[in-house]
Design a protein around this ligand. Structure first.
Ligand SMILES: *Cc1c(COP(=O)(O)O)cnc(C)c1O
Length: 349
């Protein structure tokens, strides 16, 4: 057994995947009487189960082979599949950082898998030794998020490589926000690290949160496992189409990412001038984590003005995660925060 097989659940290794009609058929045909579809309509046929066109375009974009790409119903499906492939419920455990993206804990709970959350240090860097010390023989996956949600900082590639080399399980690097960062993606480390999986999404920079398309990049062997376990038609024809169009429209993508990065600088500068702001954490994502004098109060104030931000007070006291919106939206936000400051001053004196 090789390293990957050793950590794969035996039932998954021996799984004979569902073979769909469209999977079995190869070649040219005019008449399809193989999948019990309705012969009439526009969306009457099952979609390509292997998303060949979208994968080819993604692979070209990422400079990998199509065999290294898995496409899922959002990155949330990627996360869940990894749990189901590697973690035996009630037995195995995973490790993540604290604070980080909430879905790792939720997916762990759904799969009855224990999750150990290793705190980031005061600058939100990974405490690599602490993280590696938490590994035990039943630890199957380490989830890293870079740039991290909600802190916004990147995990250095050296840390990721060190963790990959010292850990005999799967290392997931969730790069949902990598488009907004000036640092390179961990995709470049894939050739040297058998256990690395990078996940990205169409939900953020590509502007398709409503479509639900995420993807994982990893070794061909690991991608094969994911293909085996996924529901046969997990990405709809409509979603494959819009994702491919978004991928090919590079001009729109580049323009929007640049606009958001410019606005991120603008919002940061404006926030820095407000007396109620205690700290603005450096961000390489399309959001900024901000520490206020009284976070929950600011949160409620904005809510009263019909502006929803993300209250992170539970994770880090008095913090709010603010998404970078359009110029107009950001200006409204800053204006309401200024109003809050005036109001506050006039109640004190
Ligand atoms: C938003 C986000 C995602 C995206 O999830 P999808 O299911 O692809 O929409 C993934 N990871 C993190 C850390 C996120 O913040």
């Amino acid at each position: 057994m090789n390293k990957l097989e050793k950590i794969t659940r035996p039932n998954i290794l021996s799984l004979v995947p569902y073979s769909s009609a469209r999977n079995e058929f190869k070649g040219n045909a005019d008449i399809f009487l193989d999948a019990n579809e309705n012969p009439f309509g526009e969306l009457n046929r099952y979609p390509d189960p292997m998303q060949v066109d979208l994968k080819r375009a993604l692979a070209a974009e990422l400079n990998v082979s199509s065999n290294n790409v898995f496409i899922g119903n959002g990155s949330d499906e990627v996360i869940d599949l990894l749990f189901r492939i590697f973690c035996t419920p009630g037995v195995d455990n995973v490790i993540t950082l604290n604070p980080s993206y909430g879905m790792y804990s939720v997916s762990a709970a759904i799969n009855d898998v224990l999750i150990q959350r290793i705190p980031l240090d005061s600058d939100y860097n990974v405490q690599v030794d602490k993280l590696l010390n938490a590994v035990n023989p039943n630890t199957k996956i380490i989830f890293l998020c870079s740039p991290n949600n909600p802190t916004g900082n990147i995990i250095p590639l050296e840390d990721i490589e060190l963790i990959c080399s010292r850990f005999n399980g799967i290392v997931v690097v969730d790069e949902a926000y990598i488009d907004f960062s000036d640092s390179p993606s961990a995709v470049g480390l894939l050739g040297k690290n058998w256990n690395l999986v990078v996940s990205q999404t169409f939900s953020k920079a590509r502007g398709l949160a409503a479509a639900r398309v995420g993807y994982a990049i990893g070794s061909e062997e690991l991608i094969n496992l994911m293909n085996k376990v996924k529901p046969p038609y997990n990405v709809s024809k409509l979603n494959q189409k819009v994702a491919l169009e978004a991928l090919l429209n590079k001009e729109k993508y580049n323009q929007e990412v640049e606009l958001i990065k410019t606005q991120r600088r603008q919002v940061k500068d404006e926030l820095a001038q407000l007396p109620i702001v205690n700290k603005i954490f450096p961000s390489e994502a399309n959001f900024i984590l901000v520490k206020f004098e009284d976070g929950p109060k600011v949160y409620n104030w904005l809510l009263e003005k019909n502006i929803v931000v993300r209250n992170r007070d539970n994770e880090i006291k008095n913090t709010i995660r603010i998404t970078i919106g359009s110029k107009e939206e950001n200006e409204k936000l800053i204006n309401e925060l200024k109003n809050y400051c005036y109001e506050k001053e006039s109640t004190i004196y």
